[in-house]
Design a protein around this ligand. Structure first.
Ligand SMILES: [Zn+2]
Length: 124
């Protein structure tokens, strides 16, 4: 078992998998370590589109990964740069979910009508 996946990303304390906030440092997290972007297996996702609450089976994909660094410079009175200091680094991971037809029902997605407690198919 990989214990690193079950620790707070900020302080390293063990996390409660049923919570989304570290009980030690207060960092909010949402553990997606069970989501595998490499095996091509679909997962259920819930989202809202055009005001409809929807559930679909979707295959997760890593889109682009963009690493960037911002530097601040220190200059003298003649505007000659003396030093460049790393100010901030970011890594943006763009994720896509491609909905696929549920092999058991044929549904591409399902619209959920929570206030009525019912559901209906939206085969497309
Ligand atoms: Zn923490």
């Amino acid at each position: 078992m990989d214990t690193e996946k079950n620790n707070c990303p900020n302080c390293g304390a063990p996390i409660d998998i049923y919570s989304c906030k570290c009980q030690y440092c207060g960092t909010y997290y949402f553990n997606l370590s069970a989501l595998n972007f490499d095996d091509g297996k679909p997962v259920f996702v819930r989202f809202t589109s055009n005001g409809f609450n929807m559930i679909a089976l979707a295959v997760p994909h890593i889109g682009t990964v963009e690493v960037s660094s911002d530097y601040s410079t220190v200059s003298d009175v003649n505007c000659t740069m003396l030093k460049s200091i790393l100010a901030n680094r970011t890594c943006d991971v763009n994720v896509n979910f491609r909905c696929v037809a549920n092999p058991e029902s044929g549904e591409l997605f399902r619209i959920v009508m929570p206030e009525e407690g019912g559901k209906y198919d939206a085969r497309s």
